[in-house]
Design a protein around this ligand. Sequence first.
Ligand SMILES: *Cc1c(COP(=O)(O)O)cnc(C)c1O
Length: 391
Amino acid sequence: MPDETHAKNQSRLTGQSIIDSLGVTSLINAGGPNTKHSGTRPRPESIEAMEAMSEVFVDMDEMLLAAGERIAELTGNQAATVTSGASGGLVVQAAAAMAKGDPERIAQLPITDGMPNELIIQRGHRFVYDHLYLAPGSRFVEVGRPTDCTLKEIEATIGPRTAGIVHLESPFKEHVAVSLPDLANLAHEHGLPVVADCASMLPPRANLTKFTDQGADLVSFSGGKAVRGPQSTGFLVGKPEWIEYARLNNAPNPGVTRAQKVSKEEIAGLLAALEVFVDTDEQQETDSYRSQMNFVVDQIAEIPGIQAEVRHNYDHYIPHAVVTFTENWRGPSYSEIADRMKAGSPRIYAAVDYREPSQVMWIDPLNLQDGEVEIVAEQFRKILIEAASGK
Ligand SMILES: *Cc1c(COP(=O)(O)O)cnc(C)c1O
């Protein structure tokens, strides 16, 4: 039976019918593009592009080269390439720093005998995903203290085994370490690349070129967060020489990154999402998120023991309704509140600041669909009022 006839004979699938058949319950995602809560809703243009791309076959090297050129154009960078999420980008960054374009070294990884395999990282830049940098066989040389580091200390750690220097831009990272421009100058004096993880730093859209302008050689962004491409996609932007090394070290070539392949459909879906993302009026988008978050804050502002406000800054990439539990709060911990939101009906995922001993949670409007902000605000208010009264 041809595929088209087969599709017509099926009863219409919905997201609900799929999870019903599996016995899985849906949730409202009010916590942002967190992978464990299924990321983001891909843009309709992205889904449409994936479906259309399934109609044709291509040579993947040609497709990836062309997609990289398109991403470079769209983002205003010299060069770019597709990765399997920003995490896949980190693996490729490390492999590129060690093996560059040498086919024997590329094939040899994760065995790093005979090549520089050390990545310098400031202690304040260690974070939950950084083990991806170690996946192709590299090791970290940590420098400084969790809250600060000097350029001199970094320079003292550079040696013959150094392959590159890692830089992190992420909400809630320590802001007191060495600046990216200073780090890049130092690295380049020693002929080393700076590889940057900036996975969740979009929007603002200005960040698409900010970190490359500041001297990073390879910058990893997620395509499955606010860009709203396929969850599994990401992209690297950077200097042409380093993007080429990254591409040579990346799937579909055999080697350590083979497990990170990105399908032609996902590539097309990422390009379509990026096109819409860079074309969207950021001020208008921000205003719309802000008015939704003002609505949430208004619903809960009077509850005793909490402080609620809209925040939009380095730590909050779009306007968020942030709740701080003050010393006057008499209810259970913030994580218990988040658990109650998730156990409610409907189930709601809200974000919590994982850093102890902070007592902060927030609502993120990125994944809210029409009518959901009212449901989230009402449920949040109800749970907070109950908890404030000691229940
Ligand atoms: C989200 C994130 C990642 C992982 O990105 P994926 O696209 O989900 O692979 C890596 N690093 C940081 C700092 C992140 O915020």
